[in-house]
Design a binder for this molecule. Structure first.
Ligand code: 4NP
Length: 156
């Protein structure tokens, strides 16, 4: 069993990456695969804020808990701390690569492809939409996390 440290990154760190983090923490535990998770945003809009109320509600509806989450911004130290820094979409991937020290670029990737899912490659931003967008994030989080579990279990 291998120890992995994985950081999920979106824009605000109040919708997508906290949901994926919560799903990963719960499902890795259930699968008995050892790994550590955190999340961060490329933007600074919501530093210190709780997850969006819609994030908390859709997580809870599926048995996941993000109530303790507080948003933070990606820092340079994250590239040393985490084995994988996984972006929710292409725009965030570009921004992460823009601040990532050259020696750590191989740790940076898109969450869904890294998890073995080629399409869709992105987790769409649900912030400006309705609750169906949050359901879609949960669904993509669950399939991506299944792929990550398989990948981490095989890495052992
Ligand atoms: P997230 O969603 O990146 O999934 O946390 C967003 C949250 C906030 C904003 C955009 C996306 N915003 O523009 O404040």
């Amino acid at each position: 069993m291998t120890m992995k440290r994985i950081l999920f990154v979106c824009l605000g760190n109040i919708c997508r990456s906290p949901l994926v983090e919560a799903v990963a923490r719960a499902e890795f535990l259930r699968a008995g695969v050892d790994a550590k998770f955190a999340s961060a945003g490329t933007g600074d809009y919501h530093i210190g804020h709780a997850a969006d109320p819609r994030t908390i509600a859709s997580a809870a509806a599926h048995g996941y808990d993000v109530s303790a989450h507080r948003a933070r911004q990606l820092t340079g130290a994250d590239f040393e701390t985490y084995d994988a820094v996984l972006a929710m979409d292409q725009a965030n991937l570009r921004n992460i690569k823009g601040v990532c020290p050259t020696q750590f670029v191989s740790r940076v990737g898109l969450f869904l492809p890294y998890a073995g899912i080629a399409a869709p490659a992105e987790v769409p931003d649900p912030y400006f939409g309705g609750s169906d967008g949050f359901e879609r994030v949960i669904e993509l989080a669950r399939s991506g996390v299944r792929g990550l579990i398989a990948r981490c279990a095989n890495d052992a």
